[in-house]
Ligand binder design. Structure first.
Ligand SMILES: [Zn+2]
Length: 346
């Protein structure tokens, strides 16, 4: 099937951007409405595009090299990239990749664990956990004392070795409630293993099992770090018990906070209102905050400005797409800054 797109002559990115530089198609303008994102891209591409944070209307476009901290190309960063090209995801991906990454992302950020454990699972899925093996190959043997496992000393220390195939890890899995015996042959790698478990979890084939598995993987990794950095070695039984009790404790605290949230809402908002500190006379204070849903990537931000007596001067709010909570929070600050600027101009 041939798809006819409207001619893109003289169309710029700014034509797809609406009020206050967000990826919202402008509805007022008849010409521009032809170039709404929905006319040009499919839904997964629109989601990916609309969650890209963009600068203000007066910021010039510039080329950014994404593999260095300051965004500028250097021979050193190019050299590192060329040697680690197998681990670097392509900058452009097909729609399938976007969906696939989206599924993986959703499966990780929907589990019920502290953020540090979700971050660990995300790193494990992208093979960027700093094991001796990955550090050794990344730096060609520099800065590392070798690539072998610090516990059994026999194998190349990959993430899979630490979490699944080291005899120590095997013992932990064996005595856990899962009674699991990871098999080296045909193992698909951490990301695919996690995705498969996530699918089973979504079908309700094990209740909350994915959360506990995340705690257990984290616990095994922490045990590895304790051995490397503190020469501390505990038994597989202790590692499993710790993962299980931390999981139970965390689940109980989440349930308790959910059930108490409704009743404590009014008292907590009262306490919050009391804690507000007024600005100096002749100054305004702008408070801003954001909320972010990691599954739908939808975010909202709001700001309110008050004077020294606490009188509401004005405010603003916004619904938008964002790639992370951090971007949502930054957007809230930008919203507050815009408000200040416009108020000052008036
Ligand atoms: Zn080992």
């Amino acid at each position: 099937m041939e798809i006819c797109l409207p001619p893109l002559v003289n169309v710029q990115i700014s034509n797809c951007i609406g009020w206050q530089t967000f990826w919202t198609p402008t509805k007022d303008n008849e010409v521009i409405s032809h170039y709404k994102l929905s006319n040009l891209f499919n839904s997964s591409e629109i989601n990916a595009i609309s969650s890209i944070p963009i600068g203000g209307p007066n910021v010039k476009d510039e080329l950014i090299w994404p593999y260095s901290k300051n965004g500028e190309y250097s021979v050193k960063s190019g050299y590192h990239l060329s040697f680690s090209s197998k681990q670097v995801p392509p900058l452009t991906s097909s729609s399938n990749d976007v969906n696939s990454d989206q599924d993986l992302w959703d499966s990780i950020w929907s589990i019920n664990t502290p953020p540090k454990i979700r971050a660990f699972i995300w790193k494990a899925c992208h093979n960027i956990v700093p094991t001796r093996g990955t550090l050794f190959s990344r730096f060609h043997g520099k800065f590392t004392s070798g690539s072998s496992c610090p516990r059994c000393g026999e194998c190349y220390e990959s993430l899979e070795h630490v979490i699944f195939f080291c005899p120590f890890a095997q013992a932990v899995w064996k005595i856990s409630d899962f009674g699991y015996s990871p098999n080296h042959r045909g193992f698909p790698g951490f990301a695919k293993w996690w995705k498969k478990l996530s699918m089973l979890n979504n079908k309700g084939l094990f209740s909350n099992g994915l959360d506990l598995i995340a705690f257990l993987c984290w616990s095994i990794w922490k045990a590895r770090n304790a051995l490397v950095f503190s020469a501390s070695s505990e038994s597989p039984f202790v590692i499993w018990n710790r993962a299980n009790s931390e999981y139970q404790e965390f689940s109980a605290s989440v349930s308790a906070s959910v059930s108490s949230n409704a009743s404590s809402f009014s008292s907590s908002t009262t306490a919050l209102a009391r804690s507000w500190i007024p600005p100096r006379p002749d100054f305004l204070k702008v408070n801003c905050d954001a909320a972010f849903d990691p599954i739908s990537k939808q975010a909202s931000a709001a700001c309110v400005a008050r004077d020294n007596s606490g009188r509401l001067i004005g405010g603003n709010s916004l619904l938008f797409s964002a790639p992370s909570a951090l971007v949502a929070e930054a957007t809230a600050i930008r919203l507050g800054t815009f408000f200040c600027f416009e108020y000052w101009m008036e």
